[in-house]
Design a protein around this ligand. Structure first.
Ligand code: FE2
Length: 428
C-alpha cells in the first residue's frame, strides 16, 4: 500500500502511543502501530500529540481586530462594547471587514483552528458585514470551515429592522439563527424573541444559537425559555445557549430545577471564559463575581458543553490570539476545575464537542475522516492545555498548511549549558 503522506510515531488524544497515520486523497486511510507502507512524504511526529483541529464554536469575526476603532472600551462592560460597536458600524466597509476577517483566519490556521462559528451582526440595513463574511466564507473554504450565525446585535424586537434583516441574511445563505434576548427591552420581549427565533429555526430546518442571559442578573430567565422552546419544537441539539453567565449568579434552588430542564431539552451550552471573566462582575465591589456559567454542573447533568473564544482584539476584549488552548486554560482557572479529568475535558471542549455542535462532517483522528490534523509539542491533551503547546504542524485535507518551529530555550547557567524543551516536564 502507498500513501500520499504518513505521519510516524504520534500519540493520539485517546492515549494510544506510537501510532502511524496514513493519509491519501485528503482523508485518513489507516491508523496503526508501525504501518508497513510507502508514502510520498513522511512526517516524524516524535511521540508528540496528533489531534484533530481546534474548533471555535462562538466568535464574532465581523468585529475582530478592530480594537481601538473608534475608541477603547473604558468601563470594560458588555454594554459599552455594544455601544462602541454601534459607533463603528456606520463606518464599516465591505473591504475592511473582509480584510480583518481574512487576516484573522490566517492567524487561526497558524494555531490549528480550522473551524469557526461566527456570529455576524444583521442590525445594519446594508447587511454589509453579512455580505463580507459570506465572501470570506467562500474564500477560506479550502483551509477553514466558517459557519455564520445571523445575529441581531441590537435586539430582534428592539431594533426596528432586525427581524426583516435576519430573514434576509438567512436567505443570503447565513447558516444559523442568532439572538440576544437579554438585550431586548423587557424580560417578556426577551422571551418573545426566543420563541420567534426558535420558530424560524424550526420552520427553516436550521440550527439556532442564542446569546442567552449574558449578564449578572440572577433573575434573567432566557435559557429556561430556550430549553422550553427547543423541547416544544423538537430542536434538541440543533439549539444552543451561549454565555449563560446569569447562571453564575442565580439562586441555587432555581438552578436545581433549571439544570434538568436544560438536560431534558437536549440543547448545547457554550461558555466563553476569556470574555465573561473580564466583562462580568463589573458592577460589583468585593466580593466580585466571576462571569462563567456553571460548567461542572451542566456537565454533570449530561449537557454538551463547549468553550468558545468570543472575541479577539475588538470592542469587548483587547487580547487574544486565536488560541483555543488559551480558552481551555482560562476555563480551568475560571470555573475552577482542576481535576485531571476536568483539565482533560477542556481539550475536548475546544475540539470534539464543538465539532459536534457545528455538525462538522468527517471530523476526528479516525480512518475515513478528513486528514485535518494538528501536531502539538506536547505529550498528551493535559500537557497541551498546560503549555498552550506550539502547533508544530497543521494539516488540512492532507496538505500541510502551517508549520511552527518547536519551542526550545538554550540556557547557560553557572557555566552549564543546556537546552530546555518545555514538554520534557510532563509527569510520568
Ligand atoms: Fe458573543
Amino acid at each position: 500500500m502507498a500513501f500520499d503522506t504518513i505521519i510516524r510515531n504520534a500519540t493520539l488524544p485517546d492515549g494510544r502511543k506510537g501510532q502511524d497515520v496514513g493519509v491519501s486523497g485528503g482523508r485518513i486511510v489507516a491508523i496503526g502501530a508501525r504501518l508497513d507502507a510507502e508514502a510520498g512524504e513522511t512526517i516524524e511526529a516524535q511521540g508528540h500529540l496528533l489531534a484533530p483541529p481546534f474548533v471555535d464554536c462562538h466568535f464574532h469575526m465581523d468585529a475582530t481586530l478592530s480594537l481601538g476603532q473608534p475608541r477603547l472600551n473604558v468601563s470594560g462592560t458588555l454594554l459599552e462594547g455594544i455601544a462602541l460597536w454601534g459607533e463603528l458600524k456606520p463606518h464599516l466597509t465591505h473591504e475592511a471587514v473582509a480584510e480583518r476577517a481574512l487576516r484573522y483566519c490566517d492567524l487561526a490556521v497558524s494555531q490549528g483552528l480550522l473551524a469557526v462559528r461566527s456570529h455576524v451582526d444583521v442590525c445594519d440595513d446594508r447587511l454589509l458585514a453579512v455580505e463580507a463574511l459570506l465572501e470570506v466564507k467562500k474564500r477560506v473554504k479550502p483551509y477553514l470551515d466558517l459557519q455564520l450565525v445571523a445575529f441581531p446585535q441590537d435586539g430582534y424586537l428592539r431594533s426596528p429592522t432586525a427581524a426583516r434583516n435576519l430573514e434576509r441574511a438567512l436567505d443570503l445563505g447565513v447558516d444559523v439563527v442568532g439572538g440576544i434576548p437579554h438585550f431586548e427591552r423587557t424580560m417578556a420581549d426577551g422571551a418573545a424573541a426566543v420563541t420567534a427565533l426558535c420558530e424560524i429555526a424550526a420552520a427553516r430546518g436550521l440550527m439556532v444559537d442564542l446569546h442567552c442571559d449574558e449578564s449578572d442578573d440572577p433573575l434573567s430567565r432566557h435559557v429556561e425559555t430556550l430549553a422550553a422552546e427547543a423541547h416544544r419544537l423538537g430542536l434538541g441539539s440543533r439549539a444552543t445557549g451561549s454565555h449563560l453567565t446569569s447562571m453564575h449568579s442565580m439562586d441555587n434552588y432555581y438552578v436545581s430545577k433549571l439544570l434538568p430542564l436544560i438536560a431534558e431539552s437536549g440543547i448545547n451550552a457554550i461558555a466563553n471564559p476569556l470574555i465573561n471573566l473580564t466583562l462580568q462582575g463589573r458592577h460589583d465591589t468585593y466580593p466580585r463575581r466571576r462571569g462563567m456559567t456553571r460548567v461542572a454542573e451542566l456537565r454533570a447533568h449530561g449537557v454538551p458543553v463547549a468553550l468558545g473564544q468570543d472575541c479577539v482584539m475588538d470592542p469587548w476584549y483587547g487580547l487574544g490570539q486565536a488560541d483555543m488552548l488559551d480558552v481551555a486554560h482560562m476555563a480551568v482557572h475560571g470555573a475552577p476545575m482542576t481535576s485531571r479529568e476536568a483539565i482533560r475535558w477542556t481539550f475536548d471542549a475546544v475540539t470534539e464537542v464543538p465539532a459536534r455542535i457545528l455538525g462538522l462532517e468527517g471530523y476526528g483522528v479516525r480512518v475515513g475522516a478528513h486528514a485535518d490534523l494538528v501536531l502539538l509539542q506536547a505529550a498528551d491533551p493535559i500537557e497541551a492545555v498546560r503549555l498552550r503547546a506550539t502547533r508544530l504542524l497543521v494539516m488540512r485535507r492532507g496538505r500541510v498548511v502551517a508549520r511552527t518551529p518547536a519551542r526550545e530555550t538554550a540556557l547557560t547557567l553557572a557555566g552549564r549549558p543546556s537546552r530546555l524543551d518545555p514538554s520534557s516536564y510532563a509527569p510520568g
